[in-house]
Design a protein around this ligand. Structure first.
Ligand code: MN
Length: 202
């Protein structure tokens, strides 16, 4: 069973004005489709075929550039679409809110740490909120399509929130203003979904 481009739970224009429809359409139908197709080509006929994407990434040979880049791209974008919603924004509640307060002191301090990780990732990459077994959360960033599931990546735990800071994610609307895009992302974060990921990975 080949990997398939996941359908979005909302329309391409649903995240406007924070993320514009044209960017969403190109990002999903071209970029994510490209990673999906290239991943399928890279694993066809190998012993990776038929594995879950999580298993593919957890057991990845990091010298396998095709699977590293396209498997990462497939997984990262799937998570990215899910942690956004037209009804998003605000702050988490419950045990995730408590874990963020434990780790950072306040939601605002978490927002600063996550935004800094996203803003200072040089070139293309991602910012992450991760959870370790036991419930501790932390922020990190990775270059290119690397992610916290991959061996040797300097992030602890499972990703529960990811932000794409490749220029293709924001350049049409924000040009070089990555900080404005990062700030806008906070208006569409689907904290309900992030909390579900937190609960199932803590
Ligand atoms: Mn992207």
């Amino acid at each position: 069973m080949a990997f398939e481009l996941p359908k979005l739970a909302y329309a391409y224009d649903a995240l406007e004005p924070h993320i514009d429809a044209r960017t969403m359409e190109i990002h999903h139908s071209k970029h994510h489709q490209g990673y999906t197709n290239n991943l399928n080509n890279a694993i066809a006929g190998t012993d990776l075929e038929g594995k879950s994407i999580e298993d593919v990434l957890a057991s990845l040979d990091m010298s396998n550039g095709a699977v590293r880049n396209n498997g990462g791209g497939f997984y990262n974008h799937r998570l990215f679409w899910e942690v956004m919603s037209p009804n998003g924004g605000g702050e988490p509640t419950g045990e995730l809110a408590a874990a963020i307060k434990d780790a950072f002191g306040s939601f605002d301090a978490f927002k600063d740490a996550f935004s800094k990780a996203a803003a200072t990732q040089f070139g293309s990459g991602w910012a992450w909120l991760c959870v370790e077994k036991g419930g501790k959360v932390s922020v990190c960033s990775t270059p290119n399509q690397d992610n916290p599931l991959m061996a040797g990546v300097d992030c602890d735990g499972q990703p529960v929130l990811g932000l794409d800071v490749w220029e293709h994610a924001y350049y049409l609307n924000y040009q070089n203003r990555r900080p404005d895009y990062i700030n806008a992302f906070f208006n569409v974060i689907n904290w309900t979904k992030v909390s579900e990921y937190y609960a199932s990975n803590k």
